[in-house]
Design a protein around this ligand. Structure first.
Ligand code: ATP
Length: 353
């Protein structure tokens, strides 16, 4: 058995003459990992899930499951189950029957159904809730019933389409931990859709960042956060300071009128670049020690840090996350390490994968 469970080769999805919703998308999904499709509304995340589940067909390209082409395999013959945003539970059935539904369709024996449903409910910590009606369950509990209903079929892949978006913030954070933990215990591949970057960073082994029907970048949360490959990713994942500059030599870049040591990214001298520095990588210091001189415009208290907005002499805004306060109107220095500077080739706003 190879490690690869799903593969998209140059998959395009287009409705009528509209621009392609997915534009020659290729990727591989490995067995047993937690994947997240992340991107703004309308970028094609749900379309990828629907193509994997077999609810819609690719206009072009090939989709493989366990090495076999599945473009023409009907949805009910695919080893995947979907957890929908609204859970799609049956309101007239109790918890047990909701989870048992697929097994009854498959005509499993009653004692087998009892055993499997019990196991699935215990996996999601809902033992004892078998006879409850769906309307008597809270949002978080309904969510767990929907997950139990997906795992009871023992699919190789579970698709989750924004399953946490209807929950309040506290419950949402709890469910993030639960889902992550559940995926580890089950060892099944999860493909999770969200437009919330913090959720994606917290939960995933691998993230695919999508925009306008293309995968902009794929990688671990740390890769994507630390090394965004283009302006879209840098902007979408966390807050970023982005300014234009140019390479001087391998380890030296120029921006806002100064030259700064950076990490070698193999770019050529004089090449125009964009610089990304995360707000938490900037340190407020004296004007003498600072690498950049800025004027403080405003500050917001965010609980764990202050978010301070400053402007340099060229009018670029610099956001700083700091435990120190800085008063509006003051001139301060900003210090950063060479590793904090992420250099991207200018204009790489859309990657071609
Ligand atoms: P959201 O986060 O808002 O759910 P998404 O990234 O999941 O967005 P998709 O649902 O994949 O986006 O939709 C991508 C694009 O495809 C959208 O512009 C949408 O309008 C279009 N689309 C989806 N289904 C159809 C359809 N049946 N006919 C025509 N266009 C469609």
């Amino acid at each position: 058995m190879t490690n690869e469970i799903i593969q998209f080769k140059n998959v395009t999805k287009q409705y009528d003459d509209d621009p392609a919703v997915l534009d020659h998308v290729s990727f591989e999904i490995e067995r047993g990992k937690f994947y997240t499709l992340l991107g703004p509304s309308g970028c094609g995340k749900t379309t990828i899930l629907r193509l994997i589940a077999g609810f819609t067909e690719a206009s072009e390209g090939e989709i493989y499951f366990n090495g076999k082409k599945i473009n023409d395999v009907p949805a009910n013959k695919r080893q995947v189950n979907t957890v929908f945003q609204d859970y799609a539970l049956f309101p007239h059935l109790n918890v047990f029957e909701n989870v048992a539904f697929g097994l009854r369709i498959k005509k499993l024996k009653n004692n087998e159904i009892q055993k499997k449903v019990k196991e699935a409910l215990s996996f999601v910590n809902l033992e004892g809730y078998e006879t409850r009606e769906i309307r008597e369950m809270s949002g978080g509990q309904r969510q767990r019933v929907a997950i139990a209903r997906a795992i009871v079929n023992e699919p190789e892949v579970i698709l989750l389409d924004e399953p946490l978006s209807a929950l309040d913030l506290k419950l949402r954070t709890e469910m993030q931990y639960e889902l992550r933990e559940l995926q580890r215990r089950l060892g099944i591949t999860f493909i999770f859709v969200t437009h919330d970057q913090e959720e994606a960073l917290a939960m995933s082994d691998e993230i695919f960042v999508l925009n306008q029907g293309k995968i902009q970048q794929s990688g671990t949360p740390i890769d994507i956060y630390d090394e965004p490959i283009n302006r879209f990713v840098a902007d979408f994942i966390g807050e970023s300071n982005i300014v234009e500059g140019k390479m001087i030599k391998d380890y030296l870049v120029e921006f806002v009128g100064g030259q700064f040591e950076c990490v070698d990214r193999g770019l050529n001298p004089n090449e125009p670049v964009e610089i990304v520095i995360r707000p938490e990588d900037l340190e407020i210091t004296t004007l003498e020690r600072g690498k950049l001189k800025v004027r403080v415009d405003s500050q917001l208290f965010r609980g764990v840090h202050y978010e301070i907005s400053c402007y340099d002499k060229d009018g670029n805004e610099w956001l700083v996350h700091s435990t120190k306060k800085a008063d509006a109107g003051n001139e301060i220095g900003l210090y950063f390490d060479p590793e904090a500077i992420h250099v991207m080739r200018f204009g790489e706003s859309e990657a071609d994968f």
